[in-house]
Design a protein around this ligand. Sequence first.
Ligand code: PLP
Length: 432
Amino acid sequence: MNYYSTNNPTSKVDFKEATIRGQAPDRGLYFPEQVPVIGDAFFENIEEYSNEEIAFKVIKPYVGSVIQANDLMKLVTETINFPMPLVKVKEGIYALELFHGPTLAFKDVGARFMSRCLAYFTKDRNEKVIVLVATSGDTGGAVANGFYDVPGVDVVILYPSGKVSSVQEKQLTTLGKNIHALEVSGTFDDCQQLVKQAFMDAELNKTLFLTSANSINVARWLPQQFYYFLAWKQWHDKDHPPVICVPSGNFGNICAGMLAHRSGLPVQHFIAACNANDTIPEYMVSGNYQSKKAIATLSNAMDVGDPSNFIRILELFDHQFGELKNKLSSYSISDEETKLTIEEVNRANHYLLDPHGAVGYKALQEYMYSHPGQQGIFLETAHPVKFYDVVEPVINAKVPLPLGMQEIMKKTKVSMKMGVGYEELRSYLLRR
Ligand SMILES: *Cc1c(COP(=O)(O)O)cnc(C)c1O
């Protein structure tokens, strides 16, 4: 399989090249040349396949021959080594729980797959690969965990001091080994700016092999298809495919689902659930794309005003707005509605949502009001404990920490403090 740049269809690379580069040199996003078609028989008999067999079948055509089949099987198995259950919340509404991985968010799937691909592709190099990443909280943890103890790879994470939750900070700063946390006395934007400067520093890139763990990387994007297939495997009513609602920020996750559907996965309709950052809900009404400045909300992993993966959805639909509208709806849910939803679902259905899942639940419910007779799945993208500061006051109770997290919270934070000046980061990287 080859990938072209969304900025230039004639510039093509294979999966290995696309993974190592992350973004195309012309700043476009890599997109697969064809979408593989999976036959109906597979979907009818999906329950007979193991999760690993399903994931392997999905990803194999995208990877092509750049990873040997037995190695790819191992890689896929390590990627999905935690449960992703479909849980009934109430009549007609199901949660696909994607938070049972090591950092309690769905990003574990993409991060684990990408880290292992990168290690595979660079294992014969003498120099170390340095993965440089800025995080506002969730991404850093998943990336750090995905790369933990991966040979030949060093990870340097920049996070804004005092601006990530205590659970998130522990996930970034307590791993040790090849994971290094830089605590920047600034904002997330400062961190991102520093990382950008490092990538643009031609001198530095001559001496060091720097790469990013950005969410637009194909090796992070494509494996997110796995759990849409696993949801179908668990779906009880194969004669009536579900509506699928995805809490969305950068739109990588929902785009993976739509790609899976294009391969043949039965899905009735997709819903992109957004918070107050309503660039796409507005686009789906007007057909006119207008990026906005991000607004801070309770579901902060979705605070994106110019979602970078949306171009891939447009590409999938050949930029035909009418066809896209037939398959995708989008809703904007306020913080007030988010809190009310967490409270109500906890009280009436004894199911505890995190703020991102709550946005998903509410958007699904709105769609179902206007389209009666459907059944739906929303993706529960994070464990509520990651956002206990939001959730606990709403339900007036404590959210217990899962066992693995209790261990992490006891560990000592190790970080290096740093200012916002680029020279400091540069000399740190050169010292490594
Ligand atoms: C990153 C994230 C999202 C948004 O996913 P996108 O692929 O960027 O749309 C939603 N929920 C949580 C918990 C996240 O961490």
